[in-house]
Write a protein that binds this ligand. Structure first.
Ligand code: NAD
Ligand code: ZN
Ligand code: ZN
Length: 393
């Protein structure tokens, strides 16, 4: 089959790889019909290169049709239409039964000290072949895949794999008080979807980014916007708009690709060029994260407010402004989305004919899988008005 493979920093290629097989009796194999490109894939593209192996199949936002099921699969049938959550989670362990699917104890990666395995997401997360491919092996077939009805297009449902539950969890963790203001940092797919969810719940939402078309898109939904390049200081601008206090809650939907720290940018490039044996510990322990957005979040939140971190940070990082965090009595909540924890809560909004979250027009680009190498480069450079890309394998 054809699949998008990682070959080196900023080098994704569509290659022929072996078709996935049923390995465990509870597995299924799906034929992928739509599969997303995510800001998280950009971390693999460059900063997380030390944890990648040439040939790794990437992608973690797939949906499709069940082709084959293992002998112990009871409920899932060949022909079912499913979305596959990006956390490989069993549904029955101690953490899964507490709604913490991103920490699944059955698939945790103890040798790296990390949580549940993730589709297509490096050695740190199990090196599981990903979903930017024609076919995908799906573990825990009676629990993990979310069955979706026939009828509406794939665009309606595909974001259940990641974007929707991540944004949903971001908003839940942000815990915006009634009448309160939410600041969303980053107007990529995650920040944009979090904005839609919070606006629908009647919150005042301010979104900060620097890409004009991304800001325009959330402004059209009813958010206020801040172009971070047009203000001297983001925190001051937010306080000016919130009675001098700051936002009640902030969602960081940026992560380690943050713009604003040229020194760290150079270091990430340098680490990417080191042999993996040297680069891995450097990336994990010293950490070359770009913490610009997280620092903005901590600055722009009001005293007693909540910071909700959806953005992914890779290393052990630059020193955190811990004193300021403690002094401001912040609540900081974060983590990979517990996808399966939220999918039932979100589903009514997706089967609603009026499509209240605008999923049908959320993707700005639908491309054949063969265009993936160019799409990665353009998405990273934010060219061509590219906000969300989905591929048709
Ligand atoms: P994206 O890269 O398209 O969006 C990030 C946006 O942040 C861009 O529009 C960029 O211009 C903007 N930005 C950069 N620096 C900024 C700054 N200093 N202040 C404000 N905005 C800034 O990616 P995405 O797909 O929307 O993902 C966003 C983040 O969420 C990534 O870190 C991704 O890894 C993470 N993510 C986390 C989960 C999870 O489970 N927690 C799931 C999916 C994605
Ligand atoms: Zn994703
Ligand atoms: Zn589990």
């Amino acid at each position: 089959m054809k699949a998008v493979t990682w070959q080196g920093p900023r080098d994704m290629r569509v290659e022929d790889v072996p078709d996935p097989q049923i390995v465990d009796p509870t597995d299924a194999v799906i034929r992928v019909t739509t599969t997303g490109l995510c800001g998280s894939d950009l971390h693999l593209y460059e900063p997380l290169a030390p944890f990648m192996t040439p040939g790794d199949v990437v992608g973690h936002e797939p949906m499709g049709i069940v082709e084959e099921v293992g002998p112990d699969v009871r409920d899932l049938k060949v022909g079912d239409r499913v979305v596959v959550p990006f956390n490989v989670s069993c549904g029955s362990c101690w953490t899964c039964s507490r709604g913490l699917h991103s920490q699944c104890e059955t698939t945790q990666n103890r040798e790296h000290g990390t949580g549940a395995s993730l589709l297509g997401y490096s050695k740190l997360y199990g090196q599981v072949p990903g979903g930017q491919a024609e076919f995908l092996r799906v573990q825990f077939a009676d629990f993990l895949p979310v069955k979706v009805p026939e009828g509406p297009s794939d665009d309606r449902f595909v974001y259940l794999s990641d974007v929707l539950p991540t944004a949903w969890q971001g908003v839940r963790y942000a815990d915006v008080p009634d009448g309160g203001t939410l600041l969303v940092l980053g107007a990529g797919p995650i920040g944009d979807m979090a904005t839609r969810i919070a606006l629908r719940e009647g919150k005042r939402v301010i979104v900060a980014d620097r890409v004009p078309e991304r800001l325009a898109r959330v402004a059209a939904l009813g958010a206020e916007t801040i172009d971070i390049d047009a203000v001297d200081d983001l925190g001051t601008e937010v306080r000016d708009r919130t009675d001098g206090r700051g936002a009640d809650s902030v969602i960081d939907a940026v992560g380690m690709e943050a713009h604003g720290n040229p020194v760290a940018e150079k270091l990430i490039k340098a680490v990417g060029l080191l042999p993996d044996k040297l680069a891995e510990p450097l990336m994990l322990k010293a950490g070359f994260d770009r913490l610009a957005a997280l620092h903005s979040a901590i600055d722009a939140v009001r005293r007693g407010g909540t910071v909700s971190l959806s953005g992914v940070y890779g290393g052990a990082a630059d020193p955190m402004p811990l004193f300021q965090m403690f002094d401001k009595q912040l609540q900081l909540r974060m983590g990979q989305a517990n996808v399966r924890r939220w999918t039932d809560d979100i589903m009514p909004l997706l089967v609603d004919d009026s499509d209240p979250l605008g999923t049908e027009s959320f993707a700005t680009h639908r491309l054949p899988l063969s265009d993936a190498p160019e799409a990665y480069a353009k998405f990273r450079a934010k060219e061509d008005g590219m906000i969300k890309v989905v591929f048709t394998p």
